[in-house]
Design a protein around this ligand. Structure first.
Ligand code: AMP
Length: 540
């Protein structure tokens, strides 16, 4: 017997329809690429995304077509997602921080038909356009007044493009499992791989993420996704904010501490999400300017391990609650959040910050397990490390155009992370499987050493890699970027770490460097560092 409830496929257009009906005047504020702060509303965004869908249809874009976006977080980028998916096509976010060859590979592999791009990226697109044969037209996310001279094929200003449609358009009704979005993983080995989100997966993921123990969004919130739309769906915020009626503040191209601070204060941002490097920038700005955060209540920090010093600074100096989150492109991307359960709610002081170092527990829709290399399930005791595996309705089952099976016999995807899970369900990433340091048959967590080193008051950023060692297989090398005008010695740093970790975890050497390389998604690029230090050997 079937249930007698209505068929109401989980389609993305329902999100913007809902926001326009229930929260029509909620603001969407953007720092525009052209410069000024731009203001619009969900009602207006819906109207313009209908215009865009209608205009796309006229260009022959429809179900299954890929439309690339190479753009910052702004209202235009957001509404382009609704317009593209509203005609049954697929938004394909390109990460402008990738190398040109990777961008070319990705756009060609996806066979993108159009590209929507910001003014910032016109020169980049011009440089690579000859090698992008599938792209029929470039739509520049600006108006006629700011339209540059460009030789890009069929280039048109976005405002002119949508002005050719009146918005009298009916969203395309497709099966909820139809593809809606694409994002390639940064792929540290081999070619990048295409993750394909569906309407259904995006909606279920956003609903799970919005719940109180996770992003905890409400219509009274003003949410600033600093995490880019091109970084794995902006952690759901393009959908979960309109779905809950939360207002949006889009930071556009300026992600430095001062710019983020001014938007938070001027626009009354209550909640924001970003990778640790962005927050390090904001905290450094606050420290040097003496400014205070008066509006911000919560931040979600993820994408790479959040240093304890960042969590403590936010909570103790500025009264902002930190929720550490973990996920990956293949998970849409959110997989866990660290917030209190009744079992942990009474923790205070350093026990609380110990907990907050963990990446937390999975929401409904994410099943998690840790296993050994043979697939045997390991206990949730908070100390046993294992391969972290996940499954759920917003977790990948395959990559675009590749036929290899990526799931185990129970349907779980191997995240490539190594983690512990404690008795309360809190997961703690110890490392990427390939970054963990193997010393004398035991594992040393590079992340834990980095977090500890960043706690030193003179340290701005730290990275740890394993260096081959004749006796121990590998030993940790600690690389440090100092804060301006600080000059501690190696011994000062090591003395600070002493006693806080097992003796045999202590780095064998400390090297001060001017800068730590990052990947296109803001993570420490261990691959680049390993290349830079491939000749390095410990003395003696
Ligand atoms: P991406 O697909 O680019 O988002 O990368 C996903 C990977 O980033 C994960 O598999 C983790 O290795 C890493 N990652 C994400 N969030 C965290 C976190 N909070 N702590 C440690 N590593 C993280």
């Amino acid at each position: 017997m079937l249930g007698l409830m209505q068929d109401w496929p989980l389609l993305i257009h329902r999100v913007i329809d809902y926001a326009a009906l229930q929260h029509p005047n909620r603001s969407v504020v953007s720092r525009s690429v052209e410069g000024p702060v731009h203001r619009t509303t969900y009602a207006h965004i819906r109207k313009r995304s209908l215009q865009l869908a209608q205009r796309l249809r006229r260009d022959g874009i429809g179900i299954g077509d890929r439309v690339a976006t190479l753009a910052w977080n702004t209202a235009r980028h957001l509404e382009s997602w609704y317009g593209i998916t509203g005609v049954g096509a697929i938004y394909h976010t390109l990460n402008p921080r990738l190398f040109e060859d990777q961008l070319i590979y990705i756009a060609n592999h996806a066979a993108d038909r159009l590209m929507f791009l910001d003014l910032t990226f016109v020169a980049l697109a011009e440089k690579i356009a000859d090698r992008l044969p599938t792209i029929e037209r470039y739509v520049i996310l600006t108006d006629a007044a700011h339209m540059p001279q460009t030789k890009l094929k069929n280039a048109i200003a976005y405002e002119d493009y949508i002005a050719e449609a009146d918005g009298d358009f009916k969203w395309v009704e497709v099966d909820e499992n139809t593809a809606a979005g694409m994002c390639y993983t940064s792929g540290t080995t081999g070619h990048p791989k295409g993750v394909v989100y569906s309407h259904r997966s995006n909606i279920l993921h956003a609903m799970a993420a919005a719940m109180p123990d996770y992003l905890s969004l409400a219509s009274r919130d003003v949410v600033m996704p600093v995490v880019p739309l091109f970084h794995a769906n902006s952690w759901s915020l393009a959908f979960s904010a309109p779905m809950t009626g939360a207002a949006l503040v889009m930071p556009g191209p300026k992600l430095d501490g001062a710019s983020i601070f001014s938007l938070i204060e001027e626009e009354g941002v209550t909640m924001s999400a970003a990778v640790p490097t962005v927050w390090l920038g904001l905290l450094q700005y606050l420290e040097s300017s003496g400014e205070k955060l008066t509006r911000l209540k919560r931040v979600t920090i993820g994408g790479s391990a959040c240093p304890r010093a960042v969590t403590e600074a936010f909570e103790t100096k500025y009264g902002v609650t930190v929720s550490h989150a973990w996920g990956m492109t293949e998970m849409s991307p959110l997989g866990s959040f660290c917030t209190p359960k009744p079992e942990t709610a009474a923790l205070t002081g350093s026990a609380l910050y110990d907990l907050k170092q963990k990446q937390g527990f999975a929401p409904f829709t994410v099943d998690m397990k840790i296993t050994d290399d043979n697939g045997k399930i390991l206990p949730w005791d908070g100390t046993t490390f294992g391969r972290l595996k996940v499954r759920g309705p917003a977790v990948s089952k395959a990559y675009f155009g590749l036929h290899e099976n990526i799931l185990d016999e129970e349907g779980y995807f191997d995240t490539g992370d190594v983690a512990t899970i404690d008795e309360n369900g809190y997961m703690n990433i110890t490392d990427r499987a390939k970054d963990v340091i193997k010393s004398g048959g035991e594992w040393i967590s590079s992340i834990e050493l980095e977090n500890l080193a960043v706690g030193h008051p003179d340290v701005a950023e730290a990275a740890v890699i394993g260096i081959p060692h004749p006796k121990w297989d590998e030993r940790p090398l600690l690389l440090i970027v100092l804060k301006p005008d600080r000059s501690p010695t190696k011994q000062d740093i090591l003395a600070f770490m002493q006693g806080k970790i097992a003796k045999w975890w202590m780095p064998d050497e400390v090297v001060f460097i001017p800068e730590i390389p990052h990947t296109a998604t803001g993570k420490i690029s261990k691959k680049t560092i390993r290349d830079q230090f491939k000749e390095f050997r410990f003395e003696g």
